[in-house]
Write a protein that binds this ligand. Structure first.
Ligand SMILES: [Zn+2]
Length: 329
């Protein structure tokens, strides 16, 4: 069975199985939700069920089609993901060429476009033409974090399926059953993963991600007391982990989100960085609500610049940390 392996996404599963049952399959879907909640996995299970030779509403896991899906080399499923920062028009052109060939050995030919919000405008406009009139055997599944980050002309042609963040308990259960973690470790990771099973698994498979987070947050918590030289040293330290810059900035954002939450509620159990509870409660008095909000916006703005432009990373981080420290936003 395929759908039973999906964690916590009952509504998307219902929608897709309903479509299978009523034989009303759309040619374009948009799965939205944060990274790591199961969009890609669900798209593959759906594709597997659509092409299964034995079952109509699920996948048997045993027929030749299912076995090819499991080994990752089914010829009628095509993955597209950003090359560098964007999905480019050449990639969409390639999709359009391949789309005109009928499926090799199944009823459906399925295209999964990961991080569809990274399509540049040219690519998006080009894809639009395909979405307007796809061949009958084609299904295109777009994955994106938010519906709003895509052109309305694209979203209006898709059936939208929303994925929710997973609960801490759902993640704990999965971590214990799959990785045999003890309950305490599973809990720590599940809370930090902030609704994303993918992120939790990443923490387990790359333990250094957790260590990096601690190294950086240990500095961020005393940012107000750093002098200029120390602040530049902190930037150098972050640059040592350049490849993990997304994760680092996200950790810093969650740290300030926690501060905001703690300030509003004084409830420790709501914190994601619950291992920094003491530090957060000390910082509480140093900032107003508006200041914390502005800090979070400043980090998001910097993250955007880093992801989408060729900004100088060192300079961007220096400006960001200085602005936060001086509350200059
Ligand atoms: Zn099968």
């Amino acid at each position: 069975m395929a759908f039973a392996n999906i964690v916590g996404q009952d509504i998307p599963v219902d929608i897709l199985q309903n479509g299978l049952e009523r034989k009303r399959i759309n040619h374009a879907y948009l799965f939205t939700g944060k990274k790591g909640v199961g969009k890609k996995f669900t798209a593959i299970q759906f594709a597997k069920a659509l092409n299964c030779k034995e079952m109509d509403l699920d996948a048997c896991g045993e027929c030749i089609s299912c076995r090819k899906f499991d080994s990752g080399n089914h010829p009628d499923i095509v993955d597209i993901e950003p090359e560098g920062k964007h999905i480019k028009i050449d990639q969409i052109r390639k999709l359009q060429q391949s789309i005109s060939y009928r499926p090799y050995e199944s009823e459906w030919k399925i295209y999964i476009i990961k991080e569809a919000d990274c399509m540049n405008l040219q690519a998006a406009n080009s894809l639009l033409r395909t979405l307007e009139d796809p061949p009958g055997y084609v299904i295109i599944i777009l994955l994106a974090s938010k519906e709003e980050s895509l052109l309305p002309t694209i979203t209006s042609r898709c059936q939208i399926v929303k994925f929710r963040p997973l609960t801490v308990d759902e993640i704990i259960d999965r971590l214990i059953s799959r990785f045999k973690l003890d309950k305490n470790k599973a809990k720590k990771i599940a809370v930090l993963a902030d609704g994303s099973l993918g992120k939790a698994i990443d923490f387990i498979e790359n333990e250094e991600t957790l260590t990096t987070r601690e190294i950086i947050l240990d500095e961020i918590k005393k940012l107000n007391n750093l002098d200029l030289v120390e602040l530049f040293e902190l930037v150098q330290k972050i640059l040592d982990y350049k490849e993990e810059i997304d994760n680092i900035l996200e950790s810093i954002i969650t740290f300030y989100r926690d501060l905001l939450l703690y300030k509003g509620s004084q409830k420790e159990e709501l914190l994601i960085n619950f291992d920094y509870q003491e530090e957060l409660s000390c910082l509480d008095q140093e900032y107003t609500f508006d200041e914390i909000q502005a800090i979070i916006e400043e980090i998001e703005k910097t993250n955007n610049l880093i992801q989408n432009t060729n900004v100088n990373l060192q300079l961007a981080l220096e400006v960001m940390l200085l602005n936060i420290k001086e509350k200059r936003m």
